[in-house]
Structures are given as C-alpha cells and as structure tokens.
Design a binder for this molecule. Sequence first.
Ligand code: HMG
Ligand code: MG
Length: 307
Amino acid sequence: MFEHLPHEVSIYEVSPRDGLQNERATVPLRGKLRLIEALTTAGLKRVEITSFVSPKWIPQLADADDVAAEVAAWPPREGVVYSALCPNPRGLERAKAAGIREIAVFLSASETHNRKNVNKSVAETLDAFEDTIAPAIAAGMRVRGYVSTVWGCPYEGEIAPASGVTIAARLVEMGCYQISLGDTIGCGTPAQTQNIVQLMLREIPAHKLALHMHDTRGTALANIVVGLELGVRDFDASVGGLGGCPYAPGAAGNVATEDLVYMLHGMGVSTGVDLERLVEAGKAAESVVARPLPGKVHQAGVRSLRA
Ligand code: HMG
Ligand code: MG
C-alpha cells in the first residue's frame, strides 16, 4: 500500500467559485476579495476566483467582472494563477476583458444534469465549446475542462463511466490542458473511483487528470487516496468545505482544503500550502459567509496527537 505516493501534488482551490455560487446570500465583493487574498497568502497557487456565467442563473457571482478586474490589479504573486469558469464565447469575452489568463469550461456526463445546468444537450455543449476553447487558446489562455456527475447524477442515478471517458477525451482533443473529473453529488466510493480512474487512464495520461470530489457523504478523501495511488497529482478542494452546485440538489461542498492538506502532509506529500495560514483562510471564509463551515480540520484544528 502507498507504493506510488508522489513528493508533491497540486491543489486547485475552488471556494471563491464553487463555494460562493451555492451560498444563499450573495457575498459582497470585498468579502470575496478577502477570501481570495487569504487563500493565496496560505500558499495556494491555483485559485478559481469566479464564474463568467449568466447572472440570471448564478446571481451569487454576478459581480464576476469586478472580482476578476480587482484581482488582476493586485501586485502579482509569484506562480499564482487565477482562473474562472466560462461556459461560452460571451463568458470568454468577459474573462478576457477582466484580465483572466485561465478559464474552465464545464459539462456533465449525464444528459439531465447537463440540461439543467447549461440548458443544452451534452453533444450540443461539446460542439459549442469549439467557439470557446480554440479562441481562448489562440488568445494565449489556458483552458481546463470539468466533467461533472461522473460518479453519479442527482436526476439519473448511476452513470456509465464510459460517458465520462468519452467526454473527457474529447475535451483533451479540443485543447484542454487538464480535465477535472467531478463527483458533483459526492456519492463515489473507493472501488468505483479505482474503476473510473483506470478507465480514464486508458485514454488520458495521469498528468492531464484532476479529481474534483464533493464530500457530501464523507468519502472524498478516501477517493483521493485511490487517485493518488493511480498517479493523479491534481486535486480540487474548497477551504472549510464551502460549496455545492445549485443545479445538483443535495450536493455539499468539495473536500475541505485543510483536510486534504492535513492528510497529504501527514503522508509526506507536499502541497506548497502553509496549513496554519490555510486554517486562517478557513476562518476568513467562515466570517465572509457568516455561517459555520463543515471542514473537519477547520473545526478540530491542526494540533497533532504527538504534540
Ligand atoms: P441560456 O439561457 O441557454 O443562454 O443559458 P442563451 O445563450 O440563450 O442566453 C440567454 C441570456 O443569457 C442572454 O441574455 C445572454 O446574453 C445571457 P438576454 O438576451 O436574455 O438578456 N448570457 C450571458 N450573460 C453573461 N455571461 C454569459 C452569458 N451567456 C449567456 N457567459 C448558460 C446558457 C450556459 C449561459 C446558462 O445556462 C448558465 O449560465 N449556466 C451556468 C450554470 C452554472 O454556473 N452552474 C454551476 C457551475 S457548474 C458546477 O458547479 C460543477 C463543477 O463544480 C464540477 C462538479 O462539481 O462536478 C464545475
Ligand atoms: Mg463542483
């Protein structure tokens, strides 16, 4: 066991987007900026700061243009990349105008979730991405791709892994540098994760895969350990466990970044993140959303039993 652990992994922080999109109350601009600042102060280098989707669909992130423009005006932090979700050419134009250098396109492995989330079939969504991904790359941006509901759909239940594999492979073909596989409703278990990741690896090299595990049923870290053993080196996380998906009823937040970092550091895998500062970022997140957050390390603290 644990024969293939890496020295280092990369964490892609999604709390300002995946987290805040699901808050009942819209967090004011200054709260969003405070959270993003706290995250990069903790050493996170990849932060998805907002979403250039329709403000009618996600009113919580209607200030995306302002968030991104404010962040673009900050003094640059070495190695930090701010990215944003982007569904279509309109989103791309907004992202460019706000100084974003990396976008993430997204769709689902299940038809029903995809239609509820972006109002198109899976095939129509993929075809329409031709007008977003290639122009973004031509403009010098990097494009990440999300495939949601790979482990299960809130409307259709179990999803054949082959659907996710076909979509992920097409996104790679279209130029996405990395595909983030979403357990959108946090239903996955480790043997299922092994099966899904092994099938993906037949088509896509490990360095182009990331895992985006929501922790609805407490299985996110177990699934991540399986991914680690199979060679995945990129994991999405959300400070304090903030988040969900408004078009996936019952979805809770992503795996808490503090829990992921605590586990990885304990296993000798470095992340470049300062855990104490990350805990401070979690407290900032809690104060920004004004409700208790569910992350375990966030609640228990980092004190080791050996102390
Ligand atoms: P639509 O209504 O089919 O779009 O929505 P449309 O092209 O027909 O346009 C309708 C109106 O929206 C027009 O305005 C457009 O200009 C406007 P109107 O003429 O009515 O005034 N519009 C836009 N406005 C601003 N920015 C844009 C934009 N595009 C169109 N980019 C659309 C289609 C995709 C826009 C919509 O369905 C949408 O925004 N969906 C987003 C849903 C979403 O953000 N869900 C959460 C993120 S996904 C997630 O959380 C999962 C993930 O975390 C991974 C995982 O957990 O698995 C990523
Ligand atoms: Mg998500």
